[in-house]
Design a protein around this ligand. Structure first.
Ligand SMILES: [Ca+2]
Length: 385
């Protein structure tokens, strides 16, 4: 099992960057092969070697081993391109919840989610008992992240993290901060590999270095990874049980409140609402239900009885009218996985769709049990004498 590592390794607080460092956009579709390295390795770079020597000293690791790993780390131009901000002018109307939703909530993913839930029902139930996180949220996360393991990324994590640690695209407005973050993640990745005697070149993940069914960054794996199947190691690639426990533990560590709804519907008072004030805090739950009402937003679905702060969430729909929901602390907790209200809403709605598919499947099964089809004759005609 991975152990918690010194906090110093986690160089930037979770609250300032996507905790699992997913880029705001989900991973692009990747082909099922390793991306070819494109240029000179980091074992020839003075800055990278200085960094490795400092890490070795700080963590008491073998400096020669660390240098050897950097010798195998390749700069990936594709990773840099994917992290480079677009220079195309942004259209004010480009963002669309409807199109975002359609990318993640479709019959194929719902069917895969149903199968995942049915095959992992016991682990999902145990995760809810231990961590208080319901199955539909875990199913929603793993579905949105990797389609239940179908797309866990095909970049060597060592290459991706080294590229972003030492060659982060300078055109990014927060390039230095991002590079520091990825240096922390690379340090964590190599430290974990060294301590568990694993070969870091063998791990594949997203272009940001996210790993396994739930796409955990190395620091998240170290802090929240759980050996939920009890085989002595945390394996987020091959053990769906470990992945389920780890995702649930991640949520517990990021403020998930058991038995609290994720969101409520909302309508607005006919005389209008103070949208500037309501949307000011963005997704951070800030207003009580009563305050929301005074500002002109009327919580629905029992939201007026909600205890605790709420946020008005706006989801743009291109040139059509925006969609609005009221997010709770648990909606906010989903955005600790990826800091996007669109992402959180997709996770929530995928989970709801899969839960509905499961109920349908269970109802069909129950109907079959109660009202069996006419049984076949005891002796088939072929065997009749
Ligand atoms: Ca395990």
């Amino acid at each position: 099992m991975n152990r918690l590592l010194p906090a110093a390794l986690v160089c930037i607080a979770v609250s300032t960057l996507p905790a699992c460092a997913h880029s705001p956009k989900p991973n692009p579709p990747t082909k099922n092969r390793t991306q070819a390295p494109t240029s000179a390795n980091y074992g020839q770079r003075a800055d990278a070697l200085r960094w490795a020597d400092a890490l070795a000293q700080q963590q008491g690791m073998d400096a020669a081993w660390l240098r050897q790993q950097l010798t195998q780390a390749k700069q990936l131009e594709q990773v840099r391109r994917l992290m480079t901000p677009s220079t195309a002018p942004k259209k004010a109307t480009a963002r669309s919840w409807a199109s975002y939703r359609s990318r993640f909530i479709d019959p194929v993913r719902i069917r895969a989610g149903l199968r995942f839930w049915q095959e992992n029902a016991a682990a999902l139930e145990r995760a809810q008992q231990v961590y208080g996180v319901p199955p539909e949220i875990i199913v929603g996360i793993i579905g949105v992240e990797t389609i239940y393991g179908r797309n866990m990324g095909s970049f060597r994590v060592l290459d991706a993290l080294a590229t972003l640690a030492f060659d982060y695209p300078p055109s990014h407005p927060r390039a230095a901060e991002r590079a520091a973050y990825f240096q922390g993640e690379l340090a964590q990745f190599l430290t974990t590999a060294w301590r568990s005697q694993q070969d870091p070149t063998q791990t594949l993940g997203s272009y940001a270095g996210a790993m396994g069914l739930g796409q955990f960054m190395p620091s998240s794996l170290a802090r929240f990874g759980v050996d939920f199947d009890g085989d002595g190691k945390v394996d987020l690639y091959h053990s769906t049980t470990d992945a389920i426990g780890s995702v649930a533990n991640y949520f517990r560590g990021h403020g998930w409140v058991p038995n609290m709804p994720v969101q409520y519907g909302v309508t607005f008072k006919p005389e209008g609402a103070d949208m500037a004030t309501l949307l000011g805090p963005d997704i951070k739950p800030t207003f009580t239900a009563e305050q929301m009402l005074q500002l002109g937003a009327v919580p629905l679905d029992g939201g007026m009885q909600h205890q605790g702060p709420l946020a008005l969430v706006e989801l743009l729909n291109g040139e059509a009218a925006p969609s609005y929901v009221i997010g709770t602390q648990n909606f906010y907790a989903i955005t600790r996985y990826n800091q996007s209200s669109y992402y959180a809403m997709a996770v929530y709605e995928l989970g709801q769709e899969v839960a509905a598919a499961l109920r349908d499947a269970q109802a069909a099964e129950a109907a079959t049990a109660v009202d069996p089809a006419p049984s076949a004759p005891a002796t088939s005609p072929r065997n009749a004498q």
